[in-house]
Structure formats: C-alpha cells, structure tokens
Ligand binder design. Structure first.
Ligand code: PLP
Length: 404
C-alpha cells in the first residue's frame, strides 16, 4: 500500500486568511452599505508596465514563427535575463555575481519552499517570529520541524527568534545553534530592514557556525534609505554562507505573471559539496525553466524605459506607505516599517490584542488589516497594513482611522 508523507497531517490549517475572510464577510453581510477598504492583502494591484507588456507581446510573436520559436529553454533561465540581473541588480551596486550563480524560476515562493531539497533533514532551522509562513511550513512538510504544539503555536524543532520593537526588529542569535537561518529584509510582515552592521553580524555568525542564511530580498526595490543593504552579498563573507531569493512580483507586478530568481554562490560548500552544483542538479531535474514569454517581460524592467516605468509604480506604493505611516502616527499610533517597504506594522493600543484591534478597525473604520498574531506569537500586539491598494482608497482609509 502506498503511504503518504505523514508530515502533512501535522500541519495546522491556514487559519489566518480564512479567519479574516470569515470575519469580513460576516460584517459585510450584516452591513451591506459599508464600503470596505482592503489593506490586508499582500498582493500588488497596479498593472504590468507598458515596456513589460510590449516585451511579452513580442515574445508571443516569436513563439508564433518557426524562425523564432522557443521550446524548452535552459532550466536555469535565459542568458539575456541572467546577464541583465547580474549587471543591474548586482554589478551596478558593486557586487559581482556570475551568471551561473543565478537561477531564474517561477517565483521566490517556489525557491524558498524547494531549497530544503538540498539540505539534510537533521539541520536545525531558525526563523524570525513573526514570519512569512512558507519557510516554516516547507520545513515542516519535509520533517525538519518536529511536531506542532498548538497551544504554543510553535513547532517543537524550529528555533523561533522574536523580532519585535524591543530588539529593533533584528533577531538576536539563538541560544541553541542554528544550521539554517531564514532572514527577510525588507521584512514581511514588519516592513523593517536589517542595516549593514546587523546583517554583517549575522554573516559572521553563519561563517563561525557553518550555518547557511536563506536571505529573502523579495522587497529589495522598496529600499530608499542610503546605506541599507539591497543584497546580502554586499556583506563581506556572505559568499561562503548565504543564498539569496529575489522576485519580480513586488518589484514589477509579476505576482500573476510569475518570475523570480535565486543566487547560490560558488564558494558556498558544506560536507565537501557545492550548493551551487546541487541546486543546479535539483533544478535541472525537477524544473523545466520559467516561461520564455515571462522571462522576456522580466528582462524589460532592466531597459531604461522599463526601469523608469516600474519606478513610477513603486513610487505609487511608496507614497501609499507614507500616507498610512504619517496618518497613523498623527492619530497617535506607534508605527514601524513603511519607509523601505510596502508594509506598515502598527502597534495596537495598550491592552488591545491584534484580533481585537483588527475587529475594531473593521467595524469602526471599515478597513481590513491583517492581525500580527497570524504571523506568529510575537506578532501579537500589532496589525499589518499594506500599501498595495488604490491611492484614493488609502487616503480615505487613513482618514477613517483618524476619525475613530
Ligand atoms: C511576496 C513574497 C515573496 C515572493 O513570492 P513570489 O513567489 O515570487 O511571488 C517572497 N517572499 C516574501 C516574504 C514575500 O512576501
């Protein structure tokens, strides 16, 4: 008889967004006149920019001719895209990344979720709390997380690193030795960034302990402050201890189009094995490459025109983030993130839990947020608001909250 992967049965239900949807539709049914504004979703809303759309159209036309038809492409991605990435995302910032260290994929979620394929099951995994759930759940599925302790909302074998206002949203080194450490900067959900000193300390920790840092830089394009690292490879020593995930989703509105990439440096070795060679083997075996059309569209963001156009969209979201941050601060709230990120992490009023505050915002301002507790126990006491919405709706939402 075939047996299943028993780890799946241990996974708790994806309670957070289901519960938000349940509470929201119950409210909407009872108050059909209410004009709800959604600031909970982590998805973009602005369309693909013209340069990207034109490149995709042209690529479709390529596929329609026998001369320019493309079948299976390189599993690692086309050189036209990998070269543009190496040049514009890295060399332009003084970081040398070779084309064969870049693996193009259908998005950062797949890569974050799949990277564990090349790692042993007995590695100790450390994550921030609160956290993007993919890092935890993917390790749980492969049996690296132990059992789920529902009462404490924690997996028995995962090391949780509190990331809160008290420690400046920089996790402290765990008491137990961690082998695989997931860091995300700019962070989802807190919207905060790790500065150069903080990231350098983590790189040193990883090199001293033989750990690997999984660095998720999906929100890199939102960084505006000087001096904030855009890539972990700006930090000396990172090439022997880090893997970096990037995505075109938040950068250029590709959440529906799907494209991302992962950088695995050639110096990264463990147990005498090159992780670059292992990831190459994993991808060439289990993945047949991102779509030609989508890769052409992704490459268009590196043209002068495309770069200018995506910058306009990013500025639209950044402005929303400013509106939310300044409005909430004017209303007396303690607010984090927002500056280098589309996420605003708002402290709930004294003594008000994050689900309670979610409900208050829903009922009194008709604004939908995400309760911080849904991202982990240390998210309790916060809600997350996103800047991915319509600009006018964002202004109105903030006015409603201020009037509460
Ligand atoms: C949105 C997001 C991603 C990007 O995922 P894609 O699969 O590329 O759309 C990765 N990491 C985090 C933390 C995110 O929020």
């Amino acid at each position: 008889m075939a047996r299943v992967n028993e780890n799946y049965a241990k996974l708790p239900g994806s309670y957070l967004f289901a519960e938000i949807a349940r509470r929201t539709s119950a409210y909407a049914e009872a108050h059909p006149e209410a004009k709800l504004i959604k600031m909970g979703i982590g998805d973009v809303t602005r369309p693909l920019v013209p340069a990207v759309v034109e490149a995709m159209h042209a690529a479709v036309d390529d596929l329609a001719t026998s001369e320019r038809f493309h079948g299976y492409g390189p599993e690692q991605g086309y050189d036209f895209l990998r070269e543009a990435i190496a040049q514009h995302d890295f060399r332009a910032r003084g970081v040398e990344i070779a084309v064969d260290e870049i693996f193009v994929s259908d998005g950062a979620k797949s890569d974050c979720g799949n990277i564990g394929d090349i790692l042993a099951l007995d590695n100790v995994v450390a994550v921030c709390d609160p956290v993007y759930p993919v890092y935890v759940d993917s390790n749980a599925m492969s049996g690296r997380a132990g059992d789920y302790d529902a009462e404490n909302e924690r997996w028995t074998d995962i090391v949780y690193m509190p990331t809160t206002a008290e420690n400046g949203f920089c996790p402290e080194f765990p008491a137990e030795k961690a082998d695989v450490i997931y860091l995300c900067s700019p962070n989802n959900p807190t919207g905060t960034v790790l500065n150069r000193e903080q990231l350098s300390a983590w790189v040193d920790y990883a090199n001293e302990n033989g750990s690997i840092i999984m660095f998720d830089a999906a929100y890199e394009r939102f960084i505006v402050e000087e001096g904030v690292p855009h890539s972990i490879f700006e930090i000396p020593g990172a090439r022997t201890c880090a893997i970096e995930f990037r995505s075109f989703s938040k950068t250029a509105g590709f959440t529906g189009a799907r494209c991302g990439y992962t950088v695995v440096p050639k110096e990264l070795e463990r147990d005498g094995q090159s992780l670059n060679a292992m990831w190459n083997r994993r991808q060439t075996t289990k993945f047949n490459g991102a779509s030609y059309v989508i890769q052409r569209g992704a490459a268009a963001i590196y043209t002068p025109e495309g770069a200018r156009q995506i910058e306009e969209t990013l500025e639209y979201y950044r402005n929303n983030a400013r509106v939310i941050k300044e409005g909430l601060e004017a209303a007396g709230f303690e607010v984090y993130g927002a500056v280098n990120s589309p996420y605003v992490w708002c402290k709930t009023p004294e003594g008000v839990g994050s689900w309670e505050f979610f409900t208050k915002l829903l009922e009194e301002a008709n604004v939908i947020t995400t309760p911080g507790a849904g991202f982990g126990p240390h998210g309790e006491g916060y809600v997350r608001l996103t800047a991915f919405g319509d600009a006018d709706a964002t202004v109105e939402a903030v006015e409603r909250i201020r009037a509460m």
